[in-house]
Design a protein around this ligand. Sequence first.
Ligand SMILES: [Zn+2]
Length: 200
Amino acid sequence: MTSFPAQARRVHDSTRSPQRRLHALRECTLHCAPYGFRATWHHLIVTARIPRRLTDDLDALVRAVDELQAVRDVVLPRAQEYAAERRREKATGRRIPQTSPPWNSWGWCQIAYCPEPEHHPTTPLATVVQAVFDRHAAGVSVDTHCLACGTERRLPGRGCPVCGVHADGPAARHHGILAAERWQRIWHREPDDGRASLAP
Ligand SMILES: [Zn+2]
């Protein structure tokens, strides 16, 4: 798997076939998926309005990768800062991290994990991730509040009823046949009975 910047350039490259550009977008999403891959992919399809027939709107692929780039710009400095801190800790013999920020324990690509692919925040990815960082820095506990939207958590073990983010991260995977069928529809960018219009 090549790097995010290399794949992002491929998404922008209009000399490539639409399918190859879509494949490069998928690779970018595997690198940077704050909601987990499936929910992040669904978010991009909806907000960038990626049509079922890609040639109907090739700019949609660029809109999608630009949104990923924006959120990566928010996350990367934090991840690098954390990695440097860990190197310093290890150099002093501390094997267990002193701090456990969510982008470490959940993987920085799953900062606001949404187990249900179609239930995720509707605001831009970078806005949501910044909100998670800000609430974390302000000392808000994931045990009492959703870090993404601030909603009070009344039912431990459940995802946020407002924005879909689950504090347990990828451990809260969504299983079942229905989920698999829904994922196939999302993947092929097919409208879902009017509930979520995936095509313009
Ligand atoms: Zn929430």
